[in-house]
Design a binder for this molecule. Sequence first.
Ligand SMILES: Nc1ncnc2c1ncn2[C@@H]1O[C@H](COP(=O)(O)OP(=O)(O)OP(=O)(O)O)[C@@H](O)[C@H]1O
Ligand SMILES: [Mg+2]
Length: 258
Amino acid sequence: MLEIESLCVHYGRREVLHRMTLAPMQAGRVTALLGPNGSGKSTFMRGIAGLIRAEGRIRLGGKDLSSLAVGERSRLAAYLPQSLPPTVHLQVIEAVMVARRAGEAVSAECALRDSTDVLEELGIGHLALRYMDELSGGQRQMVGLAQALVRRPAMLLLDEPLSALDLRYQFAVMDVVRRETRKRNIVTLLVVHDLNIALQRADDVVYMRNGRLVAQGSVMGVTTPEVLGDVYGVETRLEVCPRGLPHVLVDGIIGEDA
Ligand SMILES: Nc1ncnc2c1ncn2[C@@H]1O[C@H](COP(=O)(O)OP(=O)(O)OP(=O)(O)O)[C@@H](O)[C@H]1O
Ligand SMILES: [Mg+2]
């Protein structure tokens, strides 16, 4: 499980995350991190991944992450950034194989097999021989996700992995992420802006605003119109469809946001 205590992050002299302490996040469950633009979600993810300096305590499976060497830390945690870095002229399958071999010495044969499997699982096997710099935005995002999954991390940190995806791939990705999280018993934390997909496909939610935790718990346990009003400044109704899935309807905006 992932434990976070008193997490603080500064950019220059400005404190952006204010002593965030969360209940432990259990392995085998998908947690959606939700909050408005600029609330600190990416900062939170980067702090956990060790990409920016963060004060406080972060433990994964009892291990203090700050005590680990950079290489070991990045092997444990696979992080998919919100905006994908520019790509090189590599075939998709090569790019995924490089990711597979980054943290672990495996044979080319094994890397090829695992990479092919993950591309198939994500439904992008047909892209294997295409070049990275000739893909669409959504296709690149899918390959980025394949690179994160193929590394077999103990923790998956996905910052808006659905932002460029069409409706079908959004659900396909959530299903694969859920399946992998359960099968490998890993901790998965992902940022999404689509509240309905989060509520329907995540197990737990963390709501934050202005660099602070607002609520954390199971989807149905903590998602209420009061919390959504507080976090997003919108008036909502929460309904449950005949199949038992939650659905948020937005009726209006509360006040004016500066
Ligand atoms: N590199 C940086 N230097 C200085 N300030 C930053 C930097 N990155 C982010 N910030 C500021 O920190 C705050 C949190 O930003 P962050 O990117 O974590 O928000 P977010 O919740 O991920 O937003 P979004 O939903 O728009 O991606 C914002 O006020 C932002 O302007
Ligand atoms: Mg962000």
